[in-house]
Design a protein around this ligand. Structure first.
Ligand code: 6PG
Length: 480
């Protein structure tokens, strides 16, 4: 056997990851794909990689040095189970099967539970950075056993992106932790993209600037605290002119956003965990709404506010939008980290928040300058109760809040949908509020269902006899 690592599944992500691996000193990479044509094409196109190609699982497994390590890069779902079982039936105790696809972490927990009794390691790994990242350096989020990471860690570190001298990979936690964290990464990605899209929409409608002009604004923003991959590519997309019509490309792209599911998973699991990831949820729902063509057409004649939306001072408005975007973005990341904390507690993972912030600083889609500040915040206080209360972020939202409010007001008054901006601000105000109307909700629940309530002034659980004399009794906690 001549290869120290193998890749199964040679679509773009798998091919690029294999090429990345092959380009690093000391690696010899075995490759396998269900249809051998693709393997042959990859090997022919990249002789420099020195791939060890196989056309059967038997040959592929035989080409791997022990402990055998193979990374599966196939479409998440049933295809993954099939490949896992092919490998597991040939691998031996100590060997490592890595799933590098966007698997649902519940599947990863199940698969790990099924495989680990055989002595084979199963490592669900988040890999972010798209095709480019896979080739030149992704951010990598492996779960699985600590023991498997001893073998796998150095290999992954050799291909990961590098941020300030540190490779963007860390052992996130056991079993499904890696895929869980990748899921939340994608949820934050959805929120960040939606916030940027709302910022663009507000500026375009409020100032009448062209996409090309707005591209320059984003490029400028990318030199400051908002510096990030998503802001950078937004400028690129807005600058693009459609060859066939001569129009800005953004004006000829159908305005129905797709989704492959990881954003929805983030929200589904947040609901189960009881974590309010409202900004992420609004981003997922905004994509759903965009694709409801029949409802949108039927609603197109519904009334909006009178008059045109035109801001008096374009430059001041643009600066307000920038600040609103930054504040809302802080909320999105704060909510995402809350979900990671809750998931870690629920599933028994020892996730180091600061390390997650660090491995997201380069390679991944949500890489951003301010992840350094998140890493600092968790380094200073690993038990930080909410990111937004860390001194740096408190100062940031304090500075931005007036602009944030003006933008949300302007959006509401002019009828421009800004679900992510608005919900982030509502969340912020909810956190701040000394008293919430949740007290009234508790009263309502007690009225119709005797669900009981607690009091601010004494211990115990209480119920008002609503259909009797409306006196209060002390009771045992209700479960209905
Ligand atoms: C990444 C991306 C990647 C993929 C998303 C897109 O981190 O590299 O998140 O995983 O582009 O799955 O998801 P949607 O198709 O749902 O937008």
């Amino acid at each position: 056997p001549s290869a120290n690592i193998g890749v199964v599944g040679l679509a773009v992500m798998g091919s690029n990851l294999a090429r990345n691996l092959a380009s690093r000193e000391g690696n010899t990479v075995a490759v396998f794909n269900r249809s051998p044509e693709r393997t042959r094409t990859l090997v022919d196109e990249h002789p420099e990689a020195g791939f060890v190609a196989s056309e059967s699982y038997d040959d592929f497994v035989a080409s791997l040095q022990k402990p055998r390590t193979a990374i599966i890069m196939v479409q998440a779902g049933r295809g993954t189970d099939a490949v896992i079982s092919e490998l597991a039936s040939r691998f031996e105790p100590g060997d490592i099967i890595v799933d590098g696809g966007n698997a649902n972490f519940h599947d990863t927990i199940r698969r790990e539970g099924e495989i680990s009794p055989t002595g084979i390691h199963f490592v669900g790994t988040g890999i972010s950075g798209g095709e480019e990242g896979a080739l030149n350096g992704p951010s990598i989020m492996p779960g699985g056993s600590a023991e498997s990471y001893e073998t796998l860690g150095p290999i992954l570190a050799s291909i990961a992106a590098v941020a300030e001298g540190e490779p963007c990979v860390t052992h996130v936690g056991t079993d499904g932790a890696g895929h869980f964290v990748k899921m939340v990464h994608n949820g934050i990605e959805y929120a960040d993209m939606q916030l940027i899209a709302e910022a663009y929409d507000l500026i375009r409608q409020g100032t009448g600037k062209s996409p090309a002009e707005i591209a320059e604004i984003f490029a400028e923003w990318n030199t400051g605290e908002l510096e990030s991959y998503l802001i950078e590519i937004t400028a690129e997309v807005l600058r693009q002119v459609d060859a066939s019509t001569g129009l800005p490309l953004v004006d000829v792209i159908l305005d129905e956003a797709g989704a492959k599911g990881t954003g929805a998973w983030t929200v589904q699991n947040a609901l189960d965990l009881g974590v309010p990831v409202s900004g992420i949820a609004e981003a997922v729902f905004a994509r759903s709404l965009s694709s409801k063509r029949a409802q949108r057409e039927a609603s197109a004649t519904l009334p909006g506010p009178d008059g045109e939306f035109a801001v008096a001072d374009a430059d001041a408005f643009i600066e307000d939008v920038r600040q609103a975007l930054y504040a809302s973005k802080i909320i999105a990341y704060s909510q995402g980290f809350d979900e990671i904390i809750a998931g870690a507690e629920q599933f028994g993972w020892d996730v180091k928040k600061g390390d997650i912030a660090k491995i997201w600083r380069a390679g991944c889609i949500i890489r951003a300058r301010f992840l350094n500040r998140i890493a600092d915040a968790y380094a200073e206080d690993p038990e930080l109760v909410a990111l937004v209360v860390a001194p740096y972020f408190r100062d940031a939202v304090t500075g931005a809040q007036a602009a944030w409010r003006r933008v949300v007001v302007a959006a509401a008054q002019s009828g421009i949908p800004t679900p992510a901006f608005s919900s982030s601000l509502a969340y912020y105000d909810g956190l701040r509020a000394p008293r919430l109307p949740a007290a009234l909700v508790q009263g309502q629940r007690d009225f119709f269902g005797a669900h009981t309530y607690k009091r601010v002034d004494k211990e115990g659980v209480f119920h008002t006899l609503w259909s009797g004399d409306r006196s209060e009794i002390e009771t045992t906690p209700s479960s209905h």
